[in-house]
Ligand binder design. Structure first.
Ligand code: DX5
Ligand code: ZN
Length: 235
């Protein structure tokens, strides 16, 4: 797999821990620890108990996380009516907002507003959603998130068919010389990370593989090195 198009000052591979797998009883310390362990961003799974069958946290908790995070925050919104959360996510200190293609029929307007508000916009698709449903908004986003599990819970198994889907998103990016990052979320670990990156991903969300495998620095570095070796950029 050739190197991705140039993105000024951005590393080739980003490792993004999902706080969902952390110890919520010790959240401030978990956020500080993972920030200092070499993570690039922190991934925040906002679930409304309706778009997905689980309820997590929202802007007030994110505001508390922001106080302790030393790295940027991305909110992955698994909610209906994502537009209604944006003002509060802004006040909470979120840097990137990732919305599901399936969650709003006015995706163009939503992504436009996300950009105008000063967020970095991302768009996610569920395992059952065709890649083609993203085509009209690819020029509007900084990141495409390919879900490799059905969203709702951490600790699920990676869906193998996602590898081919990642390759199709990558082909679309290459064809239009796009610069959006290709992120994958769900079931990522050291056993499959090389194949995920070889298929075309460059941004890796991992919950269980990091928070359930301390020390965090080693877990993050293991993922990063496996990813870099898959694109021939290991040390
Ligand atoms: C699933 C979430 C993921 C999840 C990943 O709905 O979007 O971000 O936390 O967890 P692992 O890495 O444990 O599959
Ligand atoms: Zn997520």
């Amino acid at each position: 797999m050739s190197a991705s198009p140039s993105r000024a000052n951005e590393p080739e591979i980003l490792v993004v821990p999902s706080i969902l797998a952390s110890d919520f009883g010790n959240l401030a310390q978990e956020v500080r620890d993972v920030s200092e362990a070499g993570a690039d961003w922190i991934h925040l799974d906002v679930m409304d108990g309706n778009f997905v069958p689980n309820l997590t946290f929202g802007p007030p908790v994110i505001k508390a996380i922001h106080l302790h995070a030393r790295i940027p925050l991305e909110a992955h919104l698994m909610v209906w009516h994502p537009n209604e959360y944006l003002d509060d996510l802004k006040s909470a200190g979120v840097d990137r907002v990732i919305v599901h293609q399936e969650s709003d029929v006015h995706l163009n307007r939503l992504l436009d507003r996300i950009r105008t508000m000063g967020f970095s916009p991302g768009v996610a698709i569920n395992p059952g959603t065709p890649v083609g449903h993203l085509e009209e908004v690819l020029d509007m986003v900084d990141l495409v998130l390919v879900m490799s599990v059905n969203p709702g819970f951490g600790g699920q198994s990676f869906i193998e068919g996602t590898l081919d889907k990642i390759a199709r998103v990558r082909a679309l990016r290459d064809a239009r010389k796009g610069t959006f990052r290709i992120e994958v979320d769900g079931g990522i670990g050291s056993r499959n990370v090389a194949r995920i990156v070889a298929s075309g991903a460059d941004t890796l969300v991992a919950g269980t593989a990091i928070f359930r495998n301390p020390p965090y620095r080693d877990a993050i570095e293991r993922l990063r090195q496996a990813a870099l070796s898959a694109i021939g950029q290991d040390k």
